[in-house]
Write a protein that binds this ligand. Structure first.
Ligand code: SF4
Length: 350
C-alpha cells in the first residue's frame, strides 16, 4: 500500500541522529511544590529582564504552563518576529532559537540548554545541500524549518508542517509547472506534500527519530480498538505514505484520518465531535490538547513517542538562563542575512 519516495541519501545520518537522541537521559519532573517555586522565580526574572518566554507544544507541561506563548514552530517564529521584548527565551530546540535570532536580530535570544538539538535537522548539512543543488542546477530549494541556519542560508524557501503545501504551490505558480523542486530534509512530510499538491518533488531522505517510529500498523490497531476515534497524524510520521493512500481512496475510514501540524491538531480537537482522538505525534502534545479540549479522551499513537531533545529544557535551566542571560544563540551576520530571505518568503506566503 505504501508509496516509497525516491529520496536522496540521508538515512544513515537519521540512524546516527536517532542513536544520539536515544542516549540523552531524561530528567524526572520536579515535585509540585518545586514546580510552583521555580515557576514563580521564572516569572519574576522574566519581568525583570523584559523577556518573552516561548515554548513549543512538545515541551514539558511545567515549561508550557510558565511560558508567555506556546505553539508550533511556525506560530512561535511569528511571535519572535513580532515581539518587542529585549530578551526572547526559546524553550524548544536549537534550530528554533536560531530562527528567532534570525528574525529578531536586535534582541537577545536565549535557549535554556544549548544541547537541545533535533535528529531531523542533523540529517542534512549545508555542504550536503550545496552538493545536492549542484546536481540539480536551476532547481528551487524548500527546506523545512527543522534545519540549521547554515542550511536555511542555502535554501530559497522555508516551510513548516502547517504551510509546506502552500509554499510548494506558490513556487509552481511563480515558476511554472516544469520547475524542479528539492524538498528536505523530512522524507515523510515531502511525501505528504507531493500527494497533497500533485507536484513532483525531489526528496531528501531524512526523518525525525520520534515521528519516524510511528508506523501504520500501530495506528490500524488503535483505530480498530477505538472505532469512534478520529486520528490526528503529524506529517512527519512514517505512516504517511499509507495514510495518504487511504485518503486518496476516500470513504468513511479515510474521513477519520486527519494529517495536521500541532497547531492544526489543537484546532481540529476543538471542533471535532469525536469522543476519542488518537494522537500521532510527540507525547508533549497531549498537554495542550488536554487544556484546549478537556472533554476528549486522548490516546497517544505511541506512549514512547518522546523527544529527548525537547525534554532537556527544565525549569531550573530556564530560571538560570533568565538569571545569567545565557546560553545565548547567535547566528553569524552573513548566514543570518541569507537565511532570513527563505524565512521571510515563507512568512509572506502563509
Ligand atoms: S520531535 Fe523530532 S523533529 Fe521535533 S525537535 Fe524532536 S527530533 Fe526534531
Amino acid at each position: 500500500m505504501s508509496e516509497a519516495p525516491a529520496p536522496m541519501p540521508g538515512a544513515s545520518a537519521s540512524e546516527r541522529a536517532r542513536e544520539r537522541a536515544m542516549a540523552i537521559p531524561v530528567e524526572p519532573p520536579p515535585s509540585l511544590r518545586q514546580i510552583a517555586t521555580l515557576q514563580q522565580e521564572v516569572r519574576m526574572l522574566a519581568s525583570e529582564r523584559d523577556a518573552l518566554i516561548l515554548a513549543h507544544n512538545y515541551e514539558r507541561p511545567e515549561i508550557q504552563d510558565v511560558a508567555d506563548r506556546t505553539g508550533d514552530s511556525f506560530a512561535l517564529s511569528r511571535e519572535a518576529a513580532a515581539s518587542e521584548h529585549q530578551v526572547i527565551v526559546f524553550c524548544g530546540v536549537h534550530f528554533m532559537a536560531e530562527t528567532a535570532a534570525i528574525l529578531a536580530q536586535d534582541r537577545t535570544v536565549l535557549i535554556p540548554d544549548i544541547d537541545a538539538g533535533c535528529s531531523l535537522a542533523e540529517t542534512i548539512t549545508a555542504q550536503q545541500l550545496r552538493a545536492w543543488k549542484a546536481a540539480h542546477p536551476g532547481a528551487i530549494v524548500v527546506m523545512y524549518v527543522n534545519t540549521t541556519a547554515a542550511v536555511k542560508a542555502e535554501a530559497d524557501y522555508c516551510c513548516t508542517s502547517s504551510n509546506a503545501a502552500a509554499v510548494v504551490e506558490h513556487i509552481f505558480e511563480e515558476h511554472g509547472p516544469d520547475v524542479e523542486v528539492l524538498f528536505g530534509p523530512d522524507r515523510w512530510l515531502g511525501t505528504f506534500v507531493r500527494r497533497r499538491t500533485g507536484r513532483g518533488l525531489q526528496l531528501w531522505d531524512g526523518e525525525c527519530h520520534v515521528h519516524g517510529a510511528i508506523g501504520f500498523s500501530e495506528l490500524a490497531q488503535l483505530r480498530e480498538a477505538h472505532p469512534q476515534a478520529e486520528l490526528m497524524i503529524h506529517p512527519e510520521c512514517r505512516c504517511i505514505p499509507d495514510v495518504t493512500q487511504l485518503l486518496a481512496e476516500g470513504g468513511p475510514l479515510a474521513a477519520r484520518h486527519h494529517v495536521l501540524s500541532t497547531g492544526g491538531m489543537l484546532e481540529h480537537a476543538r471542533r471535532s465531535d469525536a469522543p476519542q482522538l488518537i494522537v500521532a505525534t510527540e507525547i508533549g502534545m497531549l498537554h495542550p490538547l488536554r487544556k484546549h479540549s478537556p472533554g476528549k479522551q486522548l490516546i497517544p499513537a505511541r506512549q514512547d513517542a518522546l523527544c529527548q531533545h525537547m525534554k532537556l529544557i527544565t525549569l531550573p535551566k530556564l530560571r538560570d538562563a533568565l538569571r545569567d542571560l545565557r546560553p545565548q544563540v547567535q547566528v553569524p551576520t552573513e548566514i543570518a542575512a541569507r537565511a532570513r530571505r527563505p524565512l521571510e518568503r515563507m512568512l509572506a506566503i502563509s
